[in-house]
Ligand binder design. Structure first.
Ligand code: HEC
Length: 133
């Protein structure tokens, strides 16, 4: 590839690599913590797995706020506040910021499952989200 072609290609690929970067870094981190390989089907199951734990006597699931299709907007089950879709294909702002992803995983997993999600669960869930079209 000559220099002129590079100049054309780089500006197009740069914004995409920023996005893929943080998800890839998260997945690599989960693998260093002992997880993997990741499976989208398992991630999809997490969404509808019945909730448990002291803070969740009603057994609320991830899907009760995020719906069973992460391409659709959800709604907070207690406050009714709208929640934008989790899948990057429907909402390009998703999964851009690794700290934000971890913060919400911690909060939502504790609230839903009564414990933090494991690196395997988080990797499966992100793998599920990013393969949706
Ligand atoms: C009580 C409602 C509720 C439940 C249940 C819930 N979430 Fe969320 N979730 C939210 C809210 C509110 C946000 C943050 C607001 C936003 O970003 O739209 C959020 C954000 C997230 C994000 C952040 C994505 C990003 O980078 O912007 C992920 C990932 C996520 N939730 C996954 C889950 C998983 C997995 C479960 C089940 C273990 C779950 N959520 C259960 C309400 C909920």
């Amino acid at each position: 590839m000559n220099i002129r072609m590079l100049a054309l290609v780089l500006p197009l690929t740069a914004p995409l690599s920023g996005h893929a970067g943080s998800v890839e870094e998260l997945l690599a981190g989960y693998q260093r913590a002992g997880a993997g390989p990741f499976r989208a089907e398992q991630g999809e199951k997490l969404l509808v797995q019945p909730g448990q734990g002291e803070a969740n006597a009603e057994g609320n699931r991830c899907a009760d706020c995020h719906t069973t299709d992460p391409r659709q907007p959800g709604k907070h089950l207690k406050t009714n506040k709208p929640i934008q879709p989790l899948a990057p294909v429907a909402n390009p702002e998703r999964l851009q910021d690794a700290d934000k992803v971890e913060k919400w995983f911690l909060r939502n997993c504790k609230g839903t499952l009564g414990r933090p999600c494991t690196p395997q669960e988080k990797g499966d869930f992100l793998t599920f989200l990013i393969q949706l079209r």
